[in-house]
Design a protein around this ligand. Structure first.
Ligand SMILES: [Zn+2]
Ligand SMILES: [Zn+2]
Length: 233
């Protein structure tokens, strides 16, 4: 919705960062025309694009078991998406979240119908980090998805209890080690059979797996995920 604040912060396209014109909503017409979600063939487990349809799973998923059942990122984590997410997370462009939520809901709808999650979980962030950044992007996205599909969002059921290094420069094994014991769910067995985790980027799956493992510890039987992007290490 446009209001008086737009005089100071005119709405921009989340992909090319140009000011939106006239009837343009959320993204500009040029970027809308070029928008391509990841299609088939993709990995049946993590949703990464596959070179051909011969294999069911990507190389990662063939060698490494995951705690989650299945999930997918909507877009490739290319330079355009990297820039977009950096501005969203660190550049005051929290409004870009509206576009991401719309894209997750639109392109993820067919999967959501199959998965039928009963609760949505964000990836928790340390309190101090959240204060510094002003928001947890994963939480904003999870709340949006919960709203779109009418599913409750469990924002404080899992806490980040360990300070961890940035995952960016770590390889897959280091990422897993870094996140060991990093998340803790509130005690007890939860009455949730199917849960969805929402985050911004899926790379090696270490983060989603760490949260999914904690969900399973609390009795959740099936864990799925949706992310805006899928990246490669
Ligand atoms: Zn644009
Ligand atoms: Zn995979």
């Amino acid at each position: 919705m446009r209001n008086g604040w737009d005089l100071f912060y005119p709405p921009c396209c989340p992909l090319c960062h140009q000011i939106l014109q006239g009837q343009e909503q959320m993204i500009c017409v040029k970027c809308r025309a070029k928008l391509r979600p990841i299609g088939e063939p993709r990995c049946k487990k993590c949703g990464k694009p596959l070179e051909d349809g011969q294999e069911e799973l990507c190389r990662d998923c063939r060698v490494r078991p995951h705690w989650f059942e299945e999930g997918r990122g909507i877009f490739l984590y290319d330079q355009k998406m990297k820039d977009s997410i950096i501005r969203y997370k660190y550049g005051g462009r929290r409004i870009y979240g509206e576009f991401y939520i719309r894209a997750l809901a639109l392109y993820g709808e067919s999967s959501m119908k199959l998965w039928r999650p009963q609760a949505v979980f964000p990836v928790p962030m340390e309190k101090r980090k959240k204060r510094k950044r002003g928001f947890n992007q994963s939480e904003q996205l999870a709340l949006g998805i919960g709203r779109q599909f009418g599913i409750p969002v469990c924002t404080d059921w899992i806490q980040k209890v360990k300070k961890t290094k940035s995952q960016k420069k770590l390889n897959a094994a280091e990422r897993r080690r870094n996140l060991q014991e990093a998340f803790r769910g509130k005690p007890g067995v939860w009455k949730i059979e199917r849960a969805l985790i929402v985050d911004d980027v899926y790379t090696t799956g270490a983060t989603i797996d760490a949260v999914a493992g904690e969900l399973k510890k609390h009795g959740v039987k099936k864990v799925y995920f949706l992310t805006i992007c899928t990246g490669f290490v």
